[in-house]
Write a protein that binds this ligand. Structure first.
Ligand SMILES: *Cc1c(COP(=O)(O)O)cnc(C)c1O
Length: 417
């Protein structure tokens, strides 16, 4: 099933025409499909049916309360990277006992909040963080459940900004140091060793980096067992890619089957932290063509969405397919630069797109459900877009468009003299 498809020559989200959504909620607007979100989660989980496992949605990919609430109801856990994300998950009805807390810079206040909530596990990323967590937990009379995030030193073969499992990365503990840091952890009174964690990067489109990393993690788990440190769960991280253009990421079923085979008969729970793979293709960014601007070298289509709404093209030179909501049957096609109104030459959403356009046309920037709204900003004092979730024939506003006055409501001028 494709949740975004042409019906009666108009692009729909499930059974709702995207031009209707634009009329009702304005543009730019993120539109998500509840069916696509549900299906992604269920398909990912299905691969592990019958195995002791927990799927923790990586909140940073899309922290919308409605999306978190939907996943929580489907049984998901959550991978958080800040106290803010912890608060969101709790506000959305997420189960604290299914939360893993990742990130290299957890503050003492964030640790306290997570200990108070009673989360499933801290994914500790350095020896210094381990000592601080031991101290914070000790002051609260608690014991913190931990995994060490190890850095298996495998190349995820993805964009360098989203590759996290190499030796020179700021993330995790070097593989060679892991046994030593585990021994330190074992001696700390307010730390309980529960697992081993790794996360090697994002938008990974081959199976082999996952399997190589998992092999190394399993070696470590076995070595720890020999030292009398029993590991209850392995967190294999996230990172499974999606198809933006012509990529062929691993099928969930193939990924699950390969991981289960490698795990063998070890009595260990499997934890996963997929983000992009659960939401990326479940959302589009709806935008309107404001101006067509032909120049001697290029044709620009200036749209009302920009890099502040969807940063991935500017940040990673990422490709997003761009589809007209109502494809024109006549008129002549031209090659366009699809750009936003922001004052940066990096403000583009797509290069060299052959489209038949007129001013006022609606475009859907596809595969915008992950790292779209979550990376948005107010650059150029632009209010953040509205977000809508479609459920069959119904559309629900899940985040109101920001109002301009809100954007400077926290600001103050100096006292006037
Ligand atoms: C970003 C991140 C994820 C999710 O990555 P995806 O590529 O979106 O699946 C999972 N775990 C950690 C620790 C992360 O930083």
């Amino acid at each position: 099933m494709n949740s975004f498809s042409l019906k009666n020559s108009t692009l729909h989200a499930e059974n709702v025409a995207l031009n209707q959504i634009a009329t009702e909620f304005g543009t730019p607007c993120y539109v998500y499909s509840k069916a696509a979100l549900t299906q992604a989660f269920e398909r990912f989980s299905a691969g592990f049916a019958g195995t002791n496992h927990l799927v923790c949605f990586a909140v940073k990919a899309n922290p919308s309360l409605a999306i978190l609430n939907l996943f929580a109801k489907l049984g998901a856990g959550f991978d958080i990277v800040s106290g803010g994300e912890l608060a969101r998950v709790l506000a959305a009805g997420g189960d604290p006992k299914k939360i893993v807390f990742s990130g290299v810079g957890k503050t003492a206040i964030e640790m306290q909040a997570a200990l108070n909530a009673g989360i499933f596990c801290f994914n500790v990323e350095s020896a210094s963080e381990l000592s601080r967590l031991n101290k914070v937990a000790g002051e609260m009379g608690k014991v913190a459940p931990v995994s060490l995030r190890v850095n298996p030193n495998v190349d995820a073969k993805t964009h360098p900004y989203i590759s996290t499992g190499l030796k020179n990365s700021k993330f995790g503990v070097a593989y060679e140091d892991a046994l030593n840091v585990y021994a330190q952890a074992a001696a700390m009174p307010n730390i309980a060793i529960h697992g081993v964690d790794c996360h090697i990067g994002s938008q990974i489109t081959e199976l082999s980096p996952f399997l190589d990393a998992f092999d190394r993690v399993l070696l470590l788990v076995d070595a720890l067992e020999q030292q009398g440190i029993h590991i209850q769960h392995i967190d294999a991280g996230g990172g499974i890619g999606i198809c933006y253009n012509d990529e062929t990421p691993p099928e969930f079923t193939a990924y699950a089957a390969a991981m289960r085979t490698k795990l063998g008969n070890r009595n260990v729970k499997l934890v996963f932290e997929p983000g992009r793979a659960l939401v990326g293709n479940a959302g589009v960014l709806l935008t309107k063509v404001e101006y067509l601007k032909p120049t001697t070298s290029k044709n620009f289509a200036i749209v009302d969405a920009a890099m502040n709404d969807l940063m991935r093209p500017a940040l990673y030179d990422a490709y997003h397919n761009i589809q007209p909501v109502q494809p024109r049957k006549d008129g002549h096609a031209a090659v366009y630069e699809i750009v936003g109104p922001v004052c940066e030459s990096g403000d583009f959403l797509g290069h060299d797109r052959t489209l038949t356009l007129e001013e006022g046309d609606l475009l859907a920037i596809m595969s915008a459900g992950a790292y779209g709204m979550s990376m948005s900003s107010n650059y150029n004092t632009r209010p953040r877009a509205a977000e809508v979730m479609v459920d069959g024939g119904d559309s629900h506003l899940i985040r109101k468009r920001e109002e301009i006055a809100d954007l400077f409501a926290l600001e103050k001028c100096l006292p006037q003299t």
